[in-house]
Write a protein that binds this ligand. Structure first.
Ligand code: UTP
Length: 482
C-alpha cells in the first residue's frame, strides 16, 4: 500500500467512511484518481457535524416566541412618489455600471428530468429557444437601454458545468460578449445513507450533490467573482434562478429600492394565493428575518392563519429573487460556518456492497443543502421586501405538468403577452373561458415591457390566426418543429 493510500484509508476510517475504498483493488488508474479527487473534496469536519446533528440525533425543532409578517414595499403601479424615486435611483445605478447579474444554475433538475442543464430547456413555445437564450435576450435589451455592461455570473456545478459551457459556446454566447460571462463552480457534498455513511455512485465515484443555492456565497468569494465585480465597479448583484423564465433579471424599481436604502440584501415577494402554496414565507422570527420553507409550515401554524377578512396574515411568498451587495456577500462568507444546512430525504442511486448498481424506488439517503434565503439571517438592517405580482415575474419550472411546471409557465407567459398585444390594439383569440387560444412569444430583446412593446409595434400588420411570435430582431418567428 502506498503511503498516500495509507493516509486516505486512515482519514476515512477516523470518520467511519472506510467502505469508500471497498472496490479500490478493481479500479484502473483513471478511476482511482477520480475517487481520490472526490475524497479530497470532502469537508470532513462539516460532514461529521451534519451527520451528528441530522442523522445520529433527531434535530431539535426551532421554536419562536414571535413571528411577525415582513413589511412589504407596495407593488409598482401604485404610482407612489417612492416608486418614481426608486425607478430613477435604479436606472442611475444601471447606467453607472454598478449592477451585475448572478444566476444560479448548478441544480440537478431532477423533477424536470430533462437530459441537459435546465437552462438549455427549449422553453420558447414557438421558437423552442432555451431558458438561457431568453435570459440573455433580457440582458441585451437592458444593456442597450442603459448603455451599460451587465456582467453575468453563472453558477454551475460538477453535474452540468461542461454541458453548460458547451451550450453557451455552441450558441455564440447568445450575442453577448464572452468576456462578460463568468462561470463559477459551487462545491459538492457527499450524499449520506440513513446509517450515516457516504454512498458510492460508481465503484470509483462518490454520490455527491451540489451544496444548494446558498453555496453561491462561498462560490462567489472563492472563485473571485466578488473581486471581479469590484474591479468592474459593481457593488449590486441581482440574484435569480435559471428556471424562472419570467424573471426580470435587473428590475430598475427593485434595484432602486435596494440602493436608496443602502440595503445588504433585498427580496421580491408575491402575495401567496393560498395558505399552503409551495413557496417559502418571508417573515420576522424573534427579531431575525427568515424564510420559512413551505415544507415546514406545520411547525409554525400561525403562518397559516387568516385575519377576520379571510386574508393570510403572513402572505409574503418568496420567489427567490434577491439583490445582494458585494460587501454583504463577503461578510456572510466570513461566517459561513454558521450558515444553516437543510437535509432532504431523496432517492439516491448507489452501488451496493457487491458492486451492483441500485436505483431505489423509495428515498434511501440524505442530500444536504444550503439555501440563499438563509443569508437574510445575517443582515444587520431591515431588509427590503418588495411586493410583485406573479405574472410576468415568476414562473418556476420544476416539472413538465402541474403546479410550477413548463405547461403552467407557458400559460402564464401567454396570458402576460396577450395583455401587451391587446393593449397595442391587437385581437387575441381566446376560448369560451377567456383563456388565450394561440401560442404567443415575444423576445425580450425586442421588448422587455408593455410600453416598449406598444411603441415598437405601432402600425404593424398582424397575422389573422395562428401563433404570434416575434424574435429578437423584431421579425416573425417561424414555428420550430417540436
Ligand atoms: P431547485 O431547488 O428547484 O432545484 O433549484 P433544481 O436543481 O432546479 O431541481 P430539483 O429539485 O433537482 O428537481 C432552484 C434553483 O437553484 C439552483 C437551480 O439550478 C435552480 O436555478 N440550484 C439549486 C443551484 O444552483 N445549486 C444547487 O445546489 C441547487
Amino acid at each position: 500500500m502506498t503511503p498516500f493510500l495509507t493516509g486516505i484509508r486512515r482519514k476515512l476510517s477516523d470518520h467511519g467512511q472506510e467502505h469508500l475504498l471497498r472496490f479500490w483493488g478493481d479500479l484502473d488508474d483513471a478511476q482511482r484518481s477520480a475517487l481520490r479527487a472526490d475524497i479530497a473534496r470532502i469537508d470532513f469536519p462539516l460532514m461529521d457535524r451534519l451527520i451528528e446533528k441530522w442523522i445520529r440525533d433527531e434535530p431539535a425543532e426551532e421554536a419562536f416566541g414571535s413571528i411577525q409578517p415582513v413589511p412589504l414595499i407596495p407593488k409598482v403601479g401604485a404610482g407612489t412618489a417612492d416608486s418614481r424615486e426608486a425607478l430613477i435611483a435604479g436606472e442611475e445605478a444601471l447606467r453607472a455600471g454598478r449592477v451585475g447579474l448572478f444566476l444560479v444554475a448548478g441544480g440537478q433538475g431532477t423533477r424536470l428530468g430533462f437530459p441537459g442543464p435546465k437552462g438549455s430547456y427549449p422553453i420558447g413555445p414557438v421558437s423552442k429557444r432555451s431558458l438561457f437564450a431568453f435570459h440573455a435576450e433580457k440582458i441585451r435589451n437592458l444593456q442597450a437601454r442603459y448603455g451599460c455592461t451587465l456582467p453575468w455570473y453563472i453558477m454551475v456545478s460538477d453535474t452540468n458545468e461542461q454541458a453548460t459551457r458547451a451550450f453557451f459556446a455552441d450558441n455564440g454566447f447568445f450575442g453577448l460578449s464572452e468576456a462578460d460571462i463568468v462561470f463559477l463552480q459551487q462545491r459538492m457534498v457527499p450524499c449520506v445513507a440513513t446509517d450515516g455513511r457516504f454512498m458510492l455512485a460508481e465503484p470509483g465515484r462518490l454520490a455527491m450533490n451540489p451544496n444548494g443555492h446558498g453555496g453561491c456565497i462561498p462560490a462567489m468569494v472563492e472563485s473571485g467573482v466578488i473581486d471581479d465585480a469590484r474591479k468592474r465597479g459593481v457593488d449590486t448583484l441581482c440574484y435569480f434562478q435559471v428556471d424562472n423564465w419570467a424573471v426580470k433579471v435587473a428590475d430598475p424599481y427593485f434595484i432602486g429600492h435596494h440602493v436608496m436604502r443602502n440595503a445588504e440584501m433585498s427580496s421580491k415577494n408575491h402575495r401567496k394565493s393560498e395558505p399552503r402554496e409551495a413557496v417559502g414565507v418571508h417573515c420576522l422570527c424573534d427579531g431575525e428575518y427568515r424564510v420559512v420553507e413551505y415544507t415546514e409550515l406545520d411547525l409554525y401554524p400561525q403562518l397559516l392563519e387568516t385575519d377576520e377578512d379571510g386574508c393570510l396574515r403572513h402572505a409574503a411568498g418568496n420567489p427567490a429573487i434577491h439583490i445582494l451587495s458585494t460587501d454583504f456577500v463577503e461578510r456572510v462568507f466570513n461566517s459561513f460556518d454558521q450558515f444553516p444546512w437543510h437535509r432532504a430525504f431523496k432517492k439516491i442511486p448507489y452501488i451496493d456492497e457487491t458492486g451492483r448498481a441500485v436505483k431505489p424506488e423509495e428515498p434511501n439517503g440524505y442530500k444536504f443543502e444550503t439555501f440563499i434565503f438563509d443569508a437574510l439571517r445575517f443582515i444587520k438592517h431591515d431588509p427590503v421586501a418588495f411586493e410583485i405580482g406573479r405574472r410576468g415575474e415568476y414562473t418556476p419550472i420544476k416539472q413538465f405538468e402541474g403546479a410550477n411546471s413548463v405547461v403552467a409557465a407557458w400559460d402564464s407567459m401567454n396570458a402576460y403577452w396577450a395583455e401587451w398585444l391587446e393593449a397595442a390594439g391587437v385581437r387575441v383569440e381566446r376560448d369560451a373561458e377567456g383563456k388565450v387560444a394561440v401560442p404567443i412569444e415575444i423576445s425580450p430583446a425586442f421588448a422587455l415591457t408593455k410600453e416598449e412593446f406598444i411603441e415598437k409595434v405601432r402600425g404593424r400588420e398582424w397575422p389573422q390566426n395562428g401563433p404570434i411570435a416575434i424574435g429578437p430582431d423584431g421579425g416573425w418567428i417561424v414555428p420550430a418543429a417540436r
